[in-house]
Design a protein. Structure first.
Length: 118
């Protein structure tokens, strides 16, 4: 059974940066990861995809964060990062790390809260 943990959330002023980390632990077993992604859910809204990176390090970022957020990963550590720059109040949300294995198993973290003050 895999487990995903996020860290790095917090309170930041508008225009500031924040870096999120998400790591996947498969209880010591080898885990072949296909994609790692960040989603977010703002109060009263549906969860939405922020950015995704696949095993070939091909990335996709949502239009709302392009040019401001960058997703990256450390393969050996099963860790994914989200560097968030020029944060806006509308980026306030709970951010979730999502991991999909090569055999289609999906893991979610508990989420880390990001609050951007104006």
């Amino acid at each position: 059974q895999g487990r995903v943990e996020e860290s790095g959330g917090g309170l930041v002023q508008s225009g500031g940066p924040l870096r999120l980390s998400g790591s996947c632990d498969a209880s010591g077993k080898a885990l072949s990861i296909n994609t790692m992604a960040w989603y977010r859910q703002a109060p009263g809204k549906q969860r939405e995809l922020v950015a995704v990176i696949d095993r070939s390090v091909v990335t996709h970022h949502a239009d709302s964060v392009k040019g401001r957020f960058i997703i990256s990963r450390a393969k050996a550590a099963n860790t994914v990062y989200l560097q968030m720059n020029s944060l806006k109040p509308e980026d306030t949300a709970v951010y979730y790390c999502n991991v999909k294995s090569m055999i289609g198993i999906v893991y979610w973290g508990q989420g880390t809260k990001v609050t951007v003050s104006s």
